[in-house]
Ligand binder design. Structure first.
Ligand SMILES: Cc1ncc(C[n+]2csc(CCOP(=O)(O)OP(=O)(O)O)c2C)c(N)n1
Length: 323
């Protein structure tokens, strides 16, 4: 694969930035200034980075409650994201949504949902609309393995196949849905890969290897953008932190600390950093400089959030739907 140096560094930057942002969120969460549940993406960053690297601003994406990485990799504004976690008026959802409801239309991040599988039909509908408008935009929806047990998953994929919609379904198979392992919920590992390739392009990839994700996602997008219909990309990965909140949940007893350790050693950022150095794409000093710049940007984002106002009481019902 002949990937430009700029793209390689951008993949590394996106993963590292997401990781550092989440580490900061995690270390400050106990102060209770972030008035939101959090679902950390630590260990899965290669998927958001590798997929979003192919996207144009007008390619819409839809995500889940575990979407800091996708939001940032798609170009969502960091200040607005951190302000949103603090429920401030300057937040990307004007402080009404918190971490589970990020949205940045200017970056094409059309939103995340706390309803498991909730974005699948919305993304499919968006792809339908884009196609009807004559656009060649590709819509992407990220979701977890738990979402594939929702009926709406089948309805959405079926409809996308039927109408040959330009949508890429990105399954982030991190093995766990809260504390149920995927093996207790599914028969076999390749349940979704038997579709007729004429109707659904499918691929399975190591979700901790950013170049593999990038390469496979590129094929999936080429397929969808050329009008051949939907693609389904399954990325195999692992959730390192607990389902929600900060820190490890190794003490809960539903999974073994050894498994967590094995996967933590397969850190997508550490291995890609080693590769970049080995291939002499960048020097250690420059990578450290990048890290320091990210840290400054994050400090500024937290300062921005802290200094921002809360929504006014009389505005409570603005920007929300329903009665
Ligand atoms: C429709 C629906 N059913 C149940 C829940 C409760 N719930 C929240 S997260 C979750 C697990 C989802 O796991 P997965 O889709 O694999 O995503 P992950 O958390 O691993 O990223 C469940 C069942 C929900 N939010 N929405």
């Amino acid at each position: 694969m002949n990937i430009p140096r700029e793209t390689l560094l951008s993949l590394y930057h996106d993963m590292l930035r997401t990781r550092r942002v989440e580490e900061s969120i995690e270390s400050l969460y106990h102060e209770d200034q972030m008035k939101t549940p959090i679902h950390l993406y630590i260990g899965q960053e290669a998927i958001a980075a590798g997929v979003c690297a192919h996207l144009r601003d007008d390619d819409p994406i839809f995500t889940t409650y575990r979407s800091h990485g996708q939001y940032l990799s798609k170009g969502g504004d960091l200040n607005s994201m951190i302000a949103e976690l603090h429920c401030k008026e300057t937040g990307c959802s004007k402080g009404r949504g918190g971490s589970m409801h990020l949205i940045d239309l200017s970056a094409g991040h059309y939103g995340s949902s706390a309803i498991v599988g909730g974005c699948l039909p919305i993304a499919t509908g968006m792809a339908f609309a884009k196609k009807a408008q004559g656009s060649d935009a590709v819509t992407v929806t990220f979701f977890g393995d738990g979402a594939t047990e929702e009926g709406i998953f089948y309805e959405s994929v079926n409809y996308a196949m039927l109408k040959k919609l330009p949508v890429v379904f990105v399954l982030e198979n991190n093995e766990w849905a809260v504390c149920s392992h995927v093996s207790t919920r599914k028969i076999g590992e390749n349940l979704f890969h038997g579709a007729d390739p004429e109707h659904l392009y499918t691929a399975k990839v190591d979700g901790n290897a950013v170049l593999d994700v990038y390469e496979e996602a590129g094929r999936a997008f080429a397929h969808a953008r050329s009008g051949k219909g939907p693609a389904f990309l399954e990325c195999m990965t692992y959730r390192i932190r607990g389902h929600a909140g900060s820190g490890s949940d190794a003490d809960l007893g539903y999974r073994s600390p050894e498994d967590i350790e094995v996967w933590a050693k397969r850190c997508p950022i550490r291995s890609f950093r080693a590769w970049l150095l080995r291939e002499e794409v960048e020097t250690p000093i420059e990578l450290e400089r990048m890290d320091a710049q990210i840290e400054t940007e994050i400090e500024n984002a937290f300062a921005f959030a802290t200094a921002s106002p809360l929504p006014k009481g009389e505005d409570l019902l603005l920007h929300i739907y329903g009665e």
